[in-house]
Design a protein around this ligand. Sequence first.
Ligand code: UD1
Length: 362
Amino acid sequence: MQKKRLKKILSIVGARPQFIKLGPLDRALKKRYRHVIVHTGQHYDFLMSRVFFKDLGLPKPKYDLGIGSGDHGEQTGKMLIRLETVLKKEEPDLIIVYGDTNSTLAGALAAAKLRIPLAHVEGGMRSFNWEMPEEVNRVTTDHVAAIHFCPTLAAARNLRREGINAGVHIVGDIMIDALRDTAQSPSVFPKMQKGFGIHKRSYGVLTIHRAGNTDDRDKLTNLVLALRKADFPIIFPVHPRTRKMLRKFGLMNKIRSNQLHLIEPLDYKSMVDLVREAKVILTDSGGLQKEAYFLFVPCITLREETEWTETVQEGWNTLVGTDPRTISKALKNIRRPIVHRNSYGDGRAAEKIVRVIIKCLR
Ligand code: UD1
């Protein structure tokens, strides 16, 4: 009797948060399918890319397209061209894209043009801010995907409002799967504590990388000046985009203070352990808002709006934008709320996603 061909699933990733989302799903998918990983090369620095594959135990991607940086159209266009060649060669039964980056959009368009079924992990998230490139990427991806893996009920509602009713599955947030796995291994906090001279619950962790904040001289200056006034130490792993812009706007000297520690981007495990023991998280990242919430750490979000509205509704997250006075007020008013509804699932999203895929590919 002829052996049944194992179906092939192809994941497209390219940026740091996507490697984290890929980890749990790769492990779950490999048990039943051939899983091909394509790295667009959007993130290419060792600390932004390879370190995550190493630490999360991910296999080396079968393809690394080496696209690198560029303007949005150029970066997305180059990805689209190279992805088409790979997809024609691989002929997968299903393509999976993750989140909201330019790699997500390029993967979605390539799949749609070749009429290959597409699944979107983190479907339905909306900031309703069309200025964000990520919002354009999310909305477009959702409208060409056949299967939508929504982290929350609110995400599924967003899709329904846009007329997307079929193939919508609420599975929880896959970042919680990754976080749960990582949080279980012995903490590396003691090592960092010594290095940074910090104490549990008495320091902040800061990240800034959104183009809306980094590429606007006034906003970035406001942020830097407001944050250096904090009366507790702040550890600031600096994204390469942010470092570039701090230099460009001549802010490197202004930012230096005894309290603000600029460091290289951290590996995932160090970041999780640093966040877990912090007094507060200050960020414009989406993922970090949820990680703070999951680890019961208050978050101050340096944006006007968020896709992760539950964190705000339950009091764990405060939206402050970039106004220095609002930031100062929030820094003086850090509290740990009592309500915590575990709004992003139980850390079993990967399992649920695979169950849906099994049904769909039957
Ligand atoms: C991208 C995503 C964002 C995600 C973030 C996670 C888009 C539109 N944005 O933003 O949704 O939250 O990744 O980090 O896709 N750079 C390096 N080395 C690297 C990567 C980037 O030096 O390894 C520099 C380059 O100068 C590049 C700039 O950072 O021009 C921006 O990188 P890019 O990939 O365009 O977007 P991110 O800001 O990382």
